[in-house]
Each structure stands twice: as structure tokens, then as C-alpha cells.
Write a protein that binds this ligand. Sequence first.
Ligand SMILES: Nc1nc2c(c(=O)[nH]1)N[C@H]1C(S)=C(S)[C@@H](COP(=O)(O)O)O[C@H]1N2
Ligand SMILES: [Mo]
Length: 529
Amino acid sequence: MISGAVALGVSQLVAGLFNGVSPVIAVGNAAVDLSPLWLKEWAIRAFGENDKNVLLGGILVVIVLIAAGLGVLARRRVGFGVTGLFLFGAVGMVAVLSGEDSGPFGILPPLLGAAAGAMVLSWLFARIEPPPWAESERAEAAREVTTEAAGEAESEAEDEAERPPVMRAGADLHSFNRRKLLTGVAVGAGVAGASGLAGGWLAGRNDVSGARTEVAKALPTAATPLPELPPGVDFKIPNLSPFTTPNHDFYRVDTALVVPSVDPKTWTLRIHGMVDRPIELTFDQLIRRPLMEADVTLTCVSNDVNGPYVGNARWLGVAMADVLREAGLQADADMLLSTSDDGWTCGTPVDVVMDGRNAMFAFAMNGEVLPVSHGFPVRQVVPGLYGYVSATKWVVDIKVTRFDRDEAYWTPRGWAPRGPIKTQSRIDLPRNKVKAGTNTIAGVAWAQHRGIEKVEVKVDESEWRVARLAEVPGPDTWRQWAIDWDFTPGLHTIRCRATDATGQTQTNRGAPPAPDGATGYPSVLMEAT
Ligand SMILES: Nc1nc2c(c(=O)[nH]1)N[C@H]1C(S)=C(S)[C@@H](COP(=O)(O)O)O[C@H]1N2
Ligand SMILES: [Mo]
């Protein structure tokens, strides 16, 4: 295990030196990319936004178990342990090479890590002193082989008596001198810890929080800033989702185990493919263009009915349509294949982006520079489409293409190529227990770019009753709703359903998130006492 720790520490150090990916992260990334749809859904359901930590923790546990197993094998022959460590490094190398962000030195971290681990393993075993009884032991073992057929049971019984109990596992095992073992382990642990820490520190050089502060100092404003939100957007009911989701509460969904560090000084956005004039924009060029602001609610296709993956913000950025028009979209193009700095891809329908809605390259969120985890320096925001087909964070490249020629990241993994947001609602309160009598039932409903026209509520087998609706600045945000209800003591089931401005009421037919969004009426079981 100490050798394994040194292998990981050194690989971390090498990754830090060469701006590479640590093999643990690379294996994690490969696991994320290869995991089937049901596993991804299960992980999101079971662990929510902790899914990445659970994955990395699980990988570490597996590594510790494998290292312990190799240790047991190495007691038979050190070569087994060394071979195991290199096989292990090979897994890391394959993972790094299969990732998008492996630089030219990508395989060095797992390779040098495995080499360091193997050296430590051999060194630790070289510290083994043959125990005093080893000589007679060896002779005896040789004798045993020759007389095996003769009297096995007999010699076995003799051995039992002579050998200390630890030696029974095999004839050829070594024994450690306690002092040498402890100093060896301490040195190994020290090397592992120091190299790991140094690697972490070196990787921290990529930290872009300084660059974010720089952008914040000169954050431009929109040519015509949006008016303040109408006063009635928020009922301000405790436990009801606020109309504007604070950035630190905003849900986060992406495949990145390590949030990409993208320096706005070197960031560019390349637009190419089926365009008349390919263009490449720098961050300065982007934010000097005419800016726009918009209130848009993002929703994840993985959101279960009544789930948490939806949030609303005021975004500042540049109209995607303006930039694309400048590039000159060709008539038969129907897909914008955007790619993030870490190689994730997303396919957005051209007609949606060009139909006049507030689709934008955003660089600020709720008056703040885009947080790194939400796509700093630039991300896409397209009202009306689930995030996986529209909301590319850390966006660096757009290939204008066709749905019948290209596929985005989630499509071969079982999600629909196109993902318009389905009309949905959520019950935020009450949850669990209330006092019998009048209580407020409240929540949010969304049908981005169509708008919410009505929300109805029913308790148990009552008639549907129409809830009151909060104001909205436009059709692209969610809408709060509330209704007061008189509860008799006992258990109750609350249901709600939303109708969008096209007159369509959300369906009661239950569907899971995959392939194109969950459906069904939200319901909450609660008790009035
Ligand atoms: N680079 C990148 N962008 C991404 C994703 C991703 O995995 N990688 N996930 C998308 C999905 S599925 C959603 S729902 C939204 C979530 O945006 P948020 O994390 O800012 O809430 O980002 C989208 N943009
Ligand atoms: Mo998503």
C-alpha cells in the first residue's frame, strides 16, 4: 500500500510539473465516459451532486485494495508486485490516452508513478533480513520436495512445531525486521505525501481565480440593461425556491471531474464548418461586442419529476445569432456542434438559436463573472432547450454542421439528439409535516420560451384548483405558484400540473429522464397533525 501511495504521489507530482492529468482523474474520466446510461442515472439519483466525489473515493478504495493484494503477491515474489504496479500504470496510461486533454506528456504521470512505486516496493523488500531460521528453513524445504511422496503428513507435523505461526503461509516467505519495516514505511509515506502535495500545489498554478477577479474589475454592462425584475416575481415564501437562484446554490451538472481552468487571455472561440467566413474571437473581442442581458431558467434533462436540477439566473453576454450571422451560416446547416475546453460536445439546432430568442454566449451570471464551475470564461445559454443540447460551459469551438453528419457527447450514450424542455412543475412546500388547518402549497413551474399560463393543484381526490401565479419578466423563466389549502388531520397526497402558454398541460404519463426528459405530475405525500 505504501508503494501504491508513492506511485500515486509521484504521478500527481509529474502531472503537476507537465500540466498533465493525474491518472486517478483520468481513470475517473474514462469511467464517466464509459458508464452506461442506467449507471449514470443511478449515480445521479443516489449521490446527486456528490456523484463525482463518490466516484473518486470509490476509485481510491479500489486502488488501496489492489495495492494490498499486490503486496500479498509480492511476498511470494517481488516481481509479481512490480508487474502488478506496471499493469496498474498501464490502466492509467490507457485512461489518459483515451481522454481529450492529454498533452504530449500525458503518459508520463502513470508511467513514472508506476516506476517509482516499483522502486519503493523493491527497496522495501530489500530491507528484509532473512530471519535466523531461514537457512534451516530453506534446507528443509528442499528436503520436503524430495521426500514429498514419502511422508507428507509426517513432515508437515514437524514443521508446525518448528515454524513460527506467521511462516505457515508458504515455504518461501520473508520476515521483516520491525525497525527496518517501520522506517521504510515512514520514508515511503513521506515521499508519497510530499510528492502528492507538491503535485497539488503545482496543479494550482492553473488556478484561474485571479483571472476571474481581473475580468470582474472591468465587467462591461449591456448596451440597454434589462429593467429590474418586476416586484411580483417572488412571493418570498420561506422554503419556496427564490425567483433568482443565487450562484452558489445553482445546480451543477457536467462530466468534468476537475473543473477546466481556462484563461480568458488565451481563450478563443472558433466558429467553422458550414459557414462562409470562419471566425475566431478572443475574449476581449467578444465582450466588446454589443451585449445583451436575459433572465433564463436552465433545466437538466436528468432532472426527475420534483427534482433539483433547475435554476434561474440573469445572464450577460453576446447574442449567438449575431456572431453566427457574421460567420455566414450555410442554408443546409441544422446543427451547432459546440465543444468545451475539456472536449465535451453538444448539438444545438440552428433554427432554435436563430429564431430571435435570447440565445447567448454568456460571461456573467446574476451580476457576477461566470463562476468557474458554471463555465468561466464563456458558456452558452439557450432558452427552451435542456442543458445537454444547449448550455456548453467553457465553450471554445463551434462546428456548424448537420444532425445527420455529427453526433454530440450524450447521443451515443442513449439520450435524444434534440432536447426541447417539457412543460413541468415542482412542489417545494409543504414537505413532510404541517399543522392541520390552512397551509400554503407552493412551487415553481417552467416551460421555457413558451411560458407558464396556469398551475393547478389537487389534494387527495379533490377537484383541481387553480393556484395564484407570480409575475415573470418573460416566457424564458420559471414561474412561482402558490395556493392556500385547508388540511384535515391525516396523510395527504398533493399533486400539481402546469399548463403552458400554448395551452398544453403537462402530461400525467410517467417517463424517466432518459432519453428526453422526465414526465408525470409531481406529487408529495405529507401529514397534517
Ligand atoms: N463543458 C460542459 N458543458 C456542459 C455540460 C458538460 O458536461 N460539460 N453539461 C451540460 C448539462 S447536461 C447541463 S444541465 C448544464 C448545467 O449547467 P450548470 O452546471 O451551470 O447548471 O450544463 C451543460 N453544459
Ligand atoms: Mo443536463
